[in-house]
Design a protein around this ligand. Sequence first.
Ligand SMILES: Nc1ncnc2c1ncn2[C@@H]1O[C@H](COP(=O)(O)OP(=O)(O)OP(=O)(O)O)[C@@H](O)[C@H]1O
Length: 733
Amino acid sequence: MTPWDAGRGEGACDDGRRVGGGERGGRIGITAGPGGRRQERLLREQWRAARRRAERWEAASEGERRIAAQLLMLTERGWRLLVDRRWPGTRAANVDMLLIGPGGVFVIDVKNWRAAPEPSGGRLRAGGFSRDEHRRKLLAVTKAAEGAVAALGMSPVAVRPLMAFAGHRVDSELGRLRLLGEHEIGPALLSERTRLSAGSVRALAEHLGRVFPEYEDPAAADRTGIRTAQNRPAATPAAPSPADDGLFDLDGLRRAALDEARRAPIEQWMTFLDPDQLALVRRNWAGPARISGPAGTGKTVVALHRAAYLAQRTGGRVLYVTFANNLPRVQATFLATMAPAVADRIEFSSLHHWARTYLQSRDVPVRLHREKAETAFSLAWKHLGRDSCLAEIDPLPRYWKEEIDHVIKGRGITSFDAYAALPRRRRRTSLRHPHRQAVWALYEAYEAQRTERAVHDFNDVLSLALAEAAGRGGHSPYTAVVVDEVQDLTLVGVRLLHSLVGDSPNGLLLVGDGQQAVYPGGFRLSDAGIDIRGDRGQVLRANYRNSKEIVDTALSVVAEDAFEDIDGSRTPGRRDVDLTYHHGEVVRAVLPSPAAHDAALVAVLRGLTPQELADSAVLCPATRAIARYRRLLTRAGVRVCLLESYDGRPVAAVKLGSYRRAKGLEFKRVYLPRYEANLTVGKEAEDDGGTAREQGELMRSQLFVAMTRARDVLWLGSVRPSGTAGESTDREE
Ligand SMILES: Nc1ncnc2c1ncn2[C@@H]1O[C@H](COP(=O)(O)OP(=O)(O)OP(=O)(O)O)[C@@H](O)[C@H]1O
């Protein structure tokens, strides 16, 4: 029985019957029937041939030769193996093997130990003795390999250290280090998810072959255990610096990787980054840092790679937080695909969920009760709001609830004096002193009603967590905190996250874009006591998601809406964006009636292939519309997956959700039925002193976010009764 048979029997393939190519790294496929028997025969022949080739190596043991033979089997499936290489920058140190294949780059140290390895307390032991120096050396060589592949734009998350043990059965992990026995190594590597194309494997192997030249000190033969007996070069060339490495068409490599990713489902994750992005992933920052940039510039990509990189480097835990509930699930799925070795050390959570769990773990009672808190507000509004001067500005309670949530409680304001003097960021409607007094009275009445009911609202949860975190002594459980979509957090939320890591080097990373704020209110980083200076504030500028047509359409919605970012800078709505993607198109479907509009939407969705449908989303401004389109589509036989249930794994259904929930996500095709309905809000009301203008601006921001989710097609549905001036159909649907 070959180790490959063993792998099959132990479930290295999902169903033990298939595969070959696809999402796994060129895995061996055995199917039942005559074809399966043929494949099995081929497999056995390959194994015998690999064993013969491995015999040519002067390996110290039969077990090591078996490992070599297993890796040679991989070379039949598009993997490249570099054996016994010199560690650049050292004279005597060597690297046993570098293996490059669809599953990534593996830096391999082969061990022929009598005793089995015992990972314990983050250290490596065997036979009762510490063997940790071997772990440390392998991690150091891996770092050199990460630096080498970075020259080709490859993220460090695709490089993994691996110790292979001759004569033992092992399959475990020690931090980012994978420990595999001679039986386990082949099947384990083949079941790695595909992340590199054949062209990338070739280019990386050639590049690494030059950076890590063949080892040539014959005296070291015994030490390395495995070495080629033939064709040893007479002299070893010096390792070229990446800059001298003129043989690579880096852009070509990246383009090929991208073309491949674009054909794949939208959930495919990236291994190659651009040099600016990669530099941010690997950067050493002396304190809190911030990455901003327009929609689609790769902020989340960088943040996820950075989280994985920090988890790899530090061995500690990383907290990755966003405001929205659904996003952490999706991002956790992406990260687990991209960097499985560290996935269990990166915690993805929405801010409120994290705060509640944290308070529970500290035995702080939390009585979050949304409905009772809403009742408390309704009563306060009835008694003190609706007949006050506030009703002159906006007779509906919603605006005033937002004022309390986002401006007063969200910013941790606890006295009227502080509120009276507060610049109300991102709130356009100006409030004079009597209005602020009325708001404060409403706030106090709400707090009294809420306290009477003994319940908390969402802001209370964050304030309680902040008080607890600020008062706690000892070490934080996190070495780093990454905050995505930071513009939607409240000031108290940002203070809370800052308190977990303080100003420690590489501790806090804030990622976001003020133009995509979809909640009212705002704050400045300086209000949170976070000082981001010099190179710790970085801006990404190249949009990788949207074509010019889509960007122009989205920007035209917010063109008049200048916005203030969390660093206090003011930017015009129509900002400059560097475009790199050119394939997306805008399709406008202008229909004479709501019924015709909906029929057109259904028709276009029904015309999609299952894969196209899976890469599509229908986005609506409000919950009522979502319920309506859900019924409509389901009745028409179009499978629907609500965005709140989507977790980033490919699912054969069109996604459906609100503009807000689509935040941070992207789809190949985005359908916005009746998109223009919100465009006019607040336009007529311009400066009448009311809140319509501000609310219109918020709706436009949300529509902007929804539009910029589209990569290949942005479908804009609208209704204009026949004969209405300006009717047009840019493309028949
Ligand atoms: N270097 C790159 N080369 C090619 N594509 C890239 C690159 N960086 C990011 N992308 C792709 O661009 C798209 C946008 O990336 P991402 O979601 O990280 O952007 P973002 O700035 O967070 O967007 P938003 O703010 O709109 O949510 C993704 O499809 C991502 O895979």
